[in-house]
Design a protein around this ligand. Sequence first.
Ligand code: ADP
Length: 265
Amino acid sequence: EKAPGIDVDNNIIEEVEKEVNAWAAIQQQELDRFRAWADYRRKFVGDISHELKTPIFTIQGYLHTLLDGGLYDDKVNMTFLKKAAKNVDRLYTIVEDLSAIARLEAGNLVLEMQAFDIKELTEEIFEDLEIKAREKEIILEFKDGASQNYKVLADREYIRQVLTNLIHNSIKYGNSGGKTKVGFYDMDKNMLIEVADNGIGIPKNHLLHVFDRFYRVDKSRSRAQGGSGLGLSIVKHIIEAHKQTINVRSTPGVGSTFGFTLEKA
Ligand code: ADP
C-alpha cells in the first residue's frame, strides 16, 4: 500500500533493493577473500619462523658452548663447529627457497620459453649431482627406449630447478646401492618426464601433501639431509606456471615416481 501523497514506483524500490543486495554480496566476498589471505599470511609467517628457529637454536647452542671455553677437547670442538656450519648451510637453503617461493607465488613469473633438449639438460644435472649420488652409492641413469625425440618448449632454467629438486630427492630418500631412472615418454602434444627411485617411498596418506610447503613425511630425515621442505612446492609452482601437470605415485619400501609434462617443441 502506498503512503499518502507520495507516489513511489514499486519497481524502482525492487531494483534498488536488488542493487543493494548485490553490492552487499560483493562486499562479503571481498571480506572472505581478505580473511582467507590474512589467514594464509599468518600461517606462512608462523611456518617460516618455526623453520628458521630450529637451525638458529642449534647454531646458538654450539657456538655458546665453544665461546664458554669449549669442551677442552679439540676434536669435539671441531665437530661442534662443523655442526654449526652445517646448520648455517641449512638456513641459507631455507632462505633461498623462501625467496623462490615468494617470487613464484607473486604470480608474475616471466617464463623464457625456448626449445631445448631435455635429455641433454638431465645429463648436466646428473653431472652436478654425481658426487651426492656417489656418496650414497646411487646410480643415476636413463630409462631407455621410451622416446626418440627430446625437444621440449619450456623455460630451461626453471626446468633445471625442477629436475634438480626431483633427482636430488631421489638421492636423499633413496636407499644406498639403489638407482634413479629418468624416462621420457612421447604423448600427443606433450612429453611426460618421469623420475623414478627405488628408495623409502611415501605412505599413501602423505602422498597428497608432499607438494605443500614445509610438508615432510619424516621431519628428522628431511632435516638431516639439509632439506627445507619447500623443494616440491617450488617444483609444483614452476610446472603450473607452464600450465602443465605433475603427479606422484609411490609404494612404501619399494620406491617413488614423480612425473611431469612439458610441451613438445
Ligand atoms: P625436503 O626439503 O624435505 O626434501 P621436499 O618439498 O622436496 O622437501 O619434499 C617434501 C617431502 O616429501 C620430503 O620431506 C619427503 O618426506 C618426501 N619426499 C620427497 N621426495 C621423495 C622421494 N623421492 N622418496 C620419498 N619421499 C620423498
